[in-house]
Design a protein around this ligand. Structure first.
Ligand code: CDP
Length: 215
């Protein structure tokens, strides 16, 4: 079957960056699964859907009209690549991600990204739920302070001003929601390799994943 490398981990652990660099080196496709939750959140925001209303949010998830053209993402014909990265959308995404019917609605859409020659998928449940048969699973960690600093830098590079203290608080709240939800909580998949990136550069993490892949 078509190979998949799954990279799961908490918010701002660097999954997206690592996934796209690993995919580039292997010539594989990527799945940014968090983007689907962010798109669902943005769609709710734009349509005035209350994110507590599970049936309505499920409907939004089922009917996402999106096109991925990396690094661009379009929704209803609009380039929403920047809009979905806003902290407000990220916070809403973490709330809609706790709804079982929403996760269910996005499941097949995620599996459809598994196209030859291979896929690197990043998220929270890539190894546990979406691609349980993946031949290589990574669980990427970093200390909360390190993650808050990385997120702060990433936002400021985009010209978005951010406050470190409130980022750290948001990040801890999101960690807590991701870990404690009953449906697909954030836990390492069976057989996952745990990589703590707190003291590692991006290149070191990428090389570690590629080493694990080539055995
Ligand atoms: O890293 P960050 O949390 O900022 O963003 P993300 O990876 O784009 O994911 C956005 C939100 O979607 C997260 O807060 C997760 O709660 C949720 N998510 C999920 O539940 N399952 C996934 N496979 C990916 C993301």
């Amino acid at each position: 079957s078509i190979p998949v490398i799954t990279i799961d981990g908490p918010t701002a652990s660097g999954k997206g960056t690592i996934a796209s660099l690993v995919a580039q080196r292997l010539g594989w496709h990527t799945l940014d699964s968090g983007a689907l939750y962010r798109l669902t959140a943005l769609s709710c925001l734009r349509r005035g859907v209350d994110v507590q209303d599970e049936a309505q949010v499920q409907h939004a998830a089922q009917n996402l009209n999106v096109r991925f053209d990396y690094p661009h993402i379009y929704m209803d014909g609009d380039d929403v690549s920047d809009a979905i990265r806003q902290e407000e959308v990220g916070n809403l995404a973490s709330q809609v991600a706790a709804l079982p019917l929403v996760r269910e609605a996005l499941l097949q859409r995620q599996r459809d990204f598994r196209v030859a020659p291979g896929l690197v998928g990043d998220g929270r449940d890539m190894g546990t739920v979406v691609f349980p048969d993946a031949p290589l699973k990574i669980f990427l960690l970093a200390d909360a302070e390190v993650r808050a600093q990385r997120r702060c830098k990433q936002l400021s590079e985009k010209g978005i001003s951010a406050n470190l203290t409130s980022l750290l608080a948001d990040l801890r709240a999101r960690d807590e929601r991701d870990r404690s939800r009953t449906h697909a909580p954030l836990v390492p998949a069976q057989g996952a390799h745990i990589v703590d990136s707190s003291q590692l550069s991006i290149q070191e993490v990428v090389n570690k994943v590629l080493d694990l892949w080539s055995g």
